[in-house]
Design a protein around this ligand. Structure first.
Ligand code: SPV
Ligand code: MG
Length: 432
């Protein structure tokens, strides 16, 4: 009996999949290479079901003889390992992003004397379209909350973008670009104290209370499905932090980041004239542990933000604090700096990674933005947050249009800087 290899994600089983299994089984025993969560996450959105759950479904499909993990997006490593007599694929890979993969597979199968079976792609139904449909139905707080931990496990880096309104969050939710190594998109949303307060015309001094922060966050929650990391400022008093944790969890927020500053909170990227005071280590550890004890789900994350470098202290101070905060229960550490060279952040990351292999490191490369995501991952970063770019982009755009209208005493000249009315009416589905 011949072996026919079929690579599958198997997250959503639709008639196209049943058809290709049927076709494959006409040629021999069907060996399914079931893509692992990290193989899928490297190229597109995390699957809804994890690998074990997908395995249970796929191995029970009629016509499937055996299921093995496919650890890479590429078929090549598994084709070399299992040496099937043939591989089967829909003819959708003749063009588009899978074309290169097809050429490599054909070359390898030619070398090994195997066959490549191509069948007409089942039109009208595919996982991307179904994914889209499911996404439009929304999510539940529970699923959204858990997604961050899954992303951390399977994807490096987890790429987070700031949003401060429904419309900015929709960009973060929906934007996808095609690159050589697959689809690139944002994995989640940063609810920033800076951009939230700025969008309300207020300074970033912890002046916007949690209830008000949550009002805007609700708009974001209502139109998105991606996980959200909440900027919790200092977390307030431990007694208050308990409520914050529970409220965030109830709303399906995945993580809160609190910083170890005390006194009137100022934005960390402010000039160097005022150096902020830091909390004592035991004091901040206490807040972290109180928060960890208060949480109800096991998946919610409390991340300790180290402000040592912002407060003019050396990397060794940040490391000492990081060790203590991890012992107190922090699920990750965020290290912040306004140093342009990135040397201090790199040193911290490397030293911390040497001691803690698994604890997530969160970076916010606003000032040291010359480094690519890959480079930051090389230092040990787990999550990268673009903390304020949507708001910083929108303000000059609005200012330019407002100026043009003032100058010309009409809006004709400003029109080229604005999206057409027809487009804005169609921007939000269901508006027509
Ligand atoms: C925020 O986005 O509000 C932050 C990150 O706290 S930073 O502004 O860089 O301090
Ligand atoms: Mg902030």
């Amino acid at each position: 009996m011949k072996t026919i290899y079929l690579g599958l994600s198997g997250d959503i089983i639709h008639p196209g999949i049943i058809n290709i299994i049927k076709e494959a089984s006409k040629h021999g025993e069907v060996l399914v290479g079931l893509l692992t969560d990290s193989a899928i996450a490297s190229h597109k959105r995390l699957p809804y079901l994890n690998w074990q759950q997908r395995l249970e479904v796929v191995e029970n499909l009629k016509g499937v003889s055996k299921v093995v993990p496919q650890e890479e997006w590429s078929y090549i490593p598994n084709l070399k390992k299992y040496k099937p007599d043939a591989i089967i694929h829909g003819d959708d890979w003749n063009t588009g992003p899978l074309k290169k993969e097809r050429e490599e597979v054909i070359a390898l199968m030619n070398e090994t004397g195997g066959k490549v079976i191509e069948i007409p792609y089942t039109k009208g139904v595919n996982s991307s379209a179904l994914n889209e449909a499911i996404r439009s139905l929304g999510t539940t707080p529970d699923i959204r909350l858990k997604t961050l931990r899954r992303l951390i496990e399977f994807k490096k880096p987890v790429r987070i973008m700031e949003a401060h309104s429904g419309v900015s969050a929709l960009i973060v939710e929906n934007l996808e670009i095609e690159k050589d190594d697959g689809l690139h998109s944002y994995d989640g949303i940063w609810s920033s104290s800076l951009t939230d307060s700025t969008s309300k015309g207020k300074p970033d001094i912890e002046a916007v209370d949690l209830t008000t922060r949550l009002q805007d966050l609700t708009n974001i929650l209502e139109c998105t499905t991606k996980p959200i990391i909440f900027d919790g400022d200092t977390g307030g008093k431990p007694e208050h932090f308990v409520f914050t944790v529970r409220t965030l969890e109830r709303n399906g927020i995945s993580a809160v980041i609190i910083e170890d500053k005390i006194g009137l909170k100022k934005n960390s990227l402010f000039g160097t004239d005022v150096l902020q005071e830091l909390a004592s280590i035991p004091e901040f550890c206490e807040k972290l542990s109180v928060g960890k004890r208060a949480q109800i789900t096991k998946d919610f994350m409390i991340i300790a933000r180290l402000e040592s470098l912002i407060a003019g202290k050396p990397v060794s101070d940040a490391l000492e604090r990081a060790r203590a905060y991890v012992s107190a229960g922090a699920d990750g550490v965020m290290i912040h700096s306004k140093e342009k060279s990135g040397d201090d952040i790199k040193e911290f990351c490397q030293e911390f990674r040497a001691e803690f292999n698994e604890i997530p490191i969160i970076l916010v490369p606003t000032t040291y933005n010359q480094f690519t995501e890959k480079e930051l991952v090389g230092w040990g970063a787990t999550i990268i947050i673009y903390a304020n770019h949507m708001l910083r982009a929108s303000y000059p755009a609005m200012m330019n249009v407002a100026k043009l209208i003032l100058e010309n005493e009409r809006s004709l000249e400003a029109d080229k800087l604005c999206m057409p009315i027809s487009q804005i009416l169609e921007l939000i589905p269901g508006g027509k």
